[in-house]
Design a protein around this ligand. Structure first.
Ligand SMILES: Nc1ncnc2c1ncn2[C@@H]1O[C@H](COP(=O)(O)OP(=O)(O)O)[C@@H](O)[C@H]1O
Ligand SMILES: [Mg+2]
Length: 431
């Protein structure tokens, strides 16, 4: 009821000019004694009633009767009331978006557009915002033709990036300040980088598999041909073939392991892992390997339990990879020390717990340190292969740490050995 009354009042207000004019005319007629005062009053009443209930348009009538504003009715009420609406739409677009008026100047933009165009502000013509001729041409064409136009831009400053811009039409509006075009931008650089990484990874993995495969085929051919009747050579070749097949198996195991960890990287681990116990378990399992190379492997446990939220199998994999590397790349006959500790050293809220693995081997030159966790990155490919490495160990470690919100720190100096430390949030007593 209240809505009907308000609708009627709005209509009367919208028609006050003709109503006032008609009332004045009736008043003049009464004064000139051309019209009876009662008849004039009835006429004025009738005019107001008609003005109140004669719809401005169908949508207005629906609005008055339903009491709710339809979108068409709201649109007819003018751009000012609608301003908030379309601005909110531009703000909500999940990529950079800029609205232009019919003259090609900016009328609104979202927060992401500021990253694209640091100098952006309302009123700025598009031609001053971007010097890219393809984009400016697309805007001109869209204004002239009512088409939606997609363009691809290569920006070189401040950093090179590939961007796709889409210029779409918005409704024509009589108001010059209304939005006429919407341009949305999508940065394709990250997508390109990921595609390139994937292609490199596949190329590397195939290359790594092809090398032992080629060697296997060569040995098979030799055994079928020249070495057919040479039992000593056959024995030797079969040994090499077995080790090449093992290398392929290791590589496939590591590739599968990496892909499993990658798939789970977004799933938070649910278990509880105690690092002293886990490190002791790994040390025990690798003791025979270390002993075989004359390396003394020691473990220094933390005095207090070091519990983290984690997946035990994955944490075992992390510690195992680090100790295996220290044994492989450390000094033959040297030592590998594993330590578990707290940071700060006493229990407190927000404490970190860590495991460090140090060796007294030849160390790593600083230039390699930032790249060690990349897939297939090795300081010395031949030495890694000889020692049964695949170049994936530290990449797997890094992914597991990402899943556990852990960190890796590598300290190394040429000639002074290396220390690999992984750290995690400590799980609180009630946690
Ligand atoms: N403790 C270490 N001392 C010296 N170099 C190391 C050590 N740990 C890792 N590296 C270097 O980092 C590279 C990458 O390690 P990783 O990803 O485990 O691959 P892999 O052991 O299969 O070669 C190794 O090839 C080696 O060059
Ligand atoms: Mg390794």
């Amino acid at each position: 009821m209240n809505a009907i009354w308000q609708g009627a009042r709005r209509r009367v207000a919208a028609r006050w000019m003709p109503l006032a004019a008609a009332t004045l005319v009736l008043l003049a007629l009464v004064i000139l004694q051309q019209l009876d005062a009662t008849a004039a009053l009835i006429s004025v009443g009738a005019l107001f009633t008609i003005a109140a209930f004669w719809p401005l348009d169908t949508a207005g009538l629906i609005e008055a009767l339903s009491g709710s504003g339809s979108s068409v009715a709201r649109a007819k009420r003018g751009p000012d009331l609608d301003r908030k609406g379309w601005r909110a739409v531009v703000d909500a677009i999940p990529t950079s978006a800029v609205a232009l008026d019919a003259a090609g100047s900016v009328v609104h933009y979202n927060r992401l557009a500021c990253d694209f165009f640091p100098k952006i502000r309302n009123g700025l013509p598009m031609s001053q915002l971007s010097r890219n001729p393809d984009l400016i041409g697309a805007v001109d064409r869209a204004l002239a033709t009512d088409e939606r136009i997609d363009v691809e831009l290569i920006e070189r400053v401040p950093v090179e990036r590939r961007v796709s811009a889409s210029v779409s039409q918005l409704a024509h509006s009589p108001s010059p300040s209304s939005p006429r075009l919407l341009i949305t931008f999508r940065d394709l650089t990250e997508q390109d980088r990921l595609a390139q990484m994937r292609a490199d990874f596949i190329a590397n993995a195939s290359h790594e598999l092809r090398t032992p495969l080629a060697s296997l085929r060569a040995f098979v051919e030799t055994l079928q041909g020249p070495a057919r009747d040479d039992p000593a050579a056959r024995e030797r070749f079969l040994g090499v073939m077995a080790s090449q097949a093992e290398r392929m198996t290791r590589l496939i195991d590591d590739l599968l392991s990496l892909s499993r960890v990658e798939m789970r990287v977004h799933l938070s681990p649910r278990g509880i892992v105690e690092l002293n116990e886990t490190a002791a378990y790994v040390c025990q399992s690798l003791e025979p390997v270390a002993e075989g190379l004359g390396i003394s492997l020691t473990l220094q446990r933390d005095k207090t339990p070091a519990r983290i939220r984690g997946d035990r199998e994955e944490i075992v994999q992390v510690i195992q990879n680090l100790i295996q590397n220290a044994i492989k790349y450390g000094r033959e006959g040297g030592r590998v020390d594993v330590r578990v500790g707290h940071e700060p050293p006493y229990a407190s809220a927000g404490a970190r717990v860590w495991v460090s693995v140090s060796d007294d081997g030849p160390g790593i030159a600083p230039v390699h340190l930032p790249r060690l966790t990349e897939r297939f990155y090795r300081v010395n490919v031949t030495s890694s292969r000889e020692k049964g490495g695949t170049g994936l160990g530290l990449a797997i470690v890094k992914h597991i740490l990402n899943r556990h919100r852990g960190e890796i720190k590598i300290d190394s100096k040429l000639g002074a050995g290396s220390v690999f430390t992984v750290s995690f949030d400590e799980l609180g007593a009630n946690g």
